[in-house]
Design a binder for this molecule. Structure first.
Ligand SMILES: NC(=O)c1ccc[n+]([C@@H]2O[C@H](COP(=O)([O-])OP(=O)(O)OC[C@H]3O[C@@H](n4cnc5c(N)ncnc54)[C@H](O)[C@@H]3O)[C@@H](O)[C@H]2O)c1
Ligand SMILES: [Zn+2]
Length: 380
């Protein structure tokens, strides 16, 4: 018999902004100085910069804040998934503590790719049980995918994102110019995630990738060439990817519904990505994961072979590899699937394509089908 029973029920509105801008580091552009929610910082803030971003833009960032006498502290962090660790989270929290970052008035700024964003996101989620921060993604992947996400996390004991929280920053600033300095391979990797979004819900985005893939990568989405200046496919591709992601997240921010089409291509790829670290980048593994799931769909009669070939062609057009020997290893893929299912409440919830831009969830995939699709990946 209950002697006492308290039922606490509450809800929280979540609202966060993603703003696209140009010339973010021009002192005339006040966005980067803005304190989300208004007001002025009454003591120094921390800016955490990716080491490469520090080299490329560090002096401009310092000039930007110096121009308005805004007091700042700076620290850097190495990127790459091998640095997405709890140790780096604690290193940032130590620095926040050292400079006395407040609960609300002095939000840190995170400038870098998805790795830095995930680490700073988690550090700010833990510090004082959560403080706001400003997110400035500087990679294509960070701008089109991480930019609207509410999640952060670190890799732990060999598993991707095993520790993490939901803690969206109130303000994210996107300046496409940052992509101009990104190594081509990183741009291709970001395109892997764009491809995923195209496949699950946006056939027009897929056609843009098919038509402009190579030039988008070469121009790093800046639309600077004769082919692209007028039509701006770089801009459209980024907008469509961000919009698609925002729509999907908004209806399921806390992931109460574990059937998420944005997880397409992320079912078998995490194990491959972690096993091969640092050989494969996230988007590279995702693109292969997309094709692997397309193979599963073809073998089930859900997807036309012609569409499978178009997807494989599009992946190659983006300069990405369509396969990797780990995708031939049915045993590895089966254990990857088992681990992903643990993340999906024990269910398969596997999104498969029924065409380019449409999906269905299946719950009855067999090991035999995984083996057959692995055979198809061998021929790629
Ligand atoms: N939380 C989320 O919802 C979410 C979403 C997408 C991706 N992610 C995570 O993001 C990570 C991948 O992100 P990433 O691809 O941005 O990797 P990354 O952060 O490692 O950056 C890639 C490389 O680009 C360099 N770089 C960053 N900005 C640059 C610039 N403007 N010019 C030149 N070089 C620059 C970095 O130093 C690094 O070498 C993965 O760990 C993934 O899990 C998280
Ligand atoms: Zn991803």
């Amino acid at each position: 018999m209950d002697l006492g029973h308290w039922n606490i029920r509450t809800s929280q509105d979540v609202e966060f902004e993603v703003v696209e801008t140009t010339d973010l580091l021009d002192p005339d552009n006040s966005l980067l100085r803005q304190i989300p929610g208004g007001g002025e910082a009454h003591s120094a803030r921390l800016a955490v910069l990716d080491e490469v971003v520090e080299d490329l833009f560090g002096s401009r960032v310092r000039d930007y804040f110096a121009a308005t006498d805004t007091p700042m502290n700076y620290m850097t962090m190495a990127a790459g998934d091998e640095h997405k660790t709890i140790e780096n989270v604690l290193r940032i929290d130590s620095r926040l503590n050292e400079i006395g970052t407040e609960r609300a008035g002095t939000p840190p700024i995170a400038m870098g790719g998805g790795v830095l964003q995930d680490v700073v996101g988690m550090a700010t989620a833990l510090y004082r049980r959560g403080i706001p921060y400003v997110r400035v993604p500087t990679t294509l992947l960070g701008q089109i995918d991480g930019s609207v996400s509410a999640k952060n996390g670190v890799n732990f004991e060999g598993y991707r994102n095993r520790l993490g929280t939901f803690h969206p920053p109130p303000l994210t600033l996107i300046d496409r110019a940052f992509i101009a300095t990104l190594p081509e391979r990183q741009v291709r990797s970001g395109m892997g995630e764009v491809l995923k979004m195209a496949l699950v819900k946006d056939p027009q985005l897929f056609r843009l990738l098919e038509e402009f893939g190579p030039v988008l990568v070469q121009e790093r989405c800046q639309d600077t060439g004769p082919l692209t200046r007028e039509r701006e496919p770089g801009r459209e591709v980024m907008h469509r990817a961000i919009t698609g992601m925002a729509q999907e997240l908004q209806k399921n921010l806390w992931e109460k519904d574990l059937r998420r089409i944005v997880d397409y291509g992320h079912t078998f790829s995490p194990a491959v990505e972690m096993r091969s670290l640092p050989a494969l980048f996230h988007g590279e593994a995702v693109a292969m994961g997309c094709l692997f799931c397309a193979a599963l769909a073809v073998n089930r009669g859900l997807l036309a072979e012609r569409d499978f070939d178009r997807i494989a062609g599009c992946i190659r057009g983006l300069g990405l590899h369509s396969t990797h020997e780990m995708f031939f290893d049915a045993g590895l893929l089966e254990s990857a699937f088992a681990d992903t299912m643990r993340h999906r409440g024990g269910a398969q919830h596997l999104a498969l394509l029924t065409g380019i831009g449409s999906t269905v969830f299946v719950e009855d995939l067999t090991d035999h089908e995984v083996e057959e699709a692995a055979q198809m990946m061998r021929k790629q």
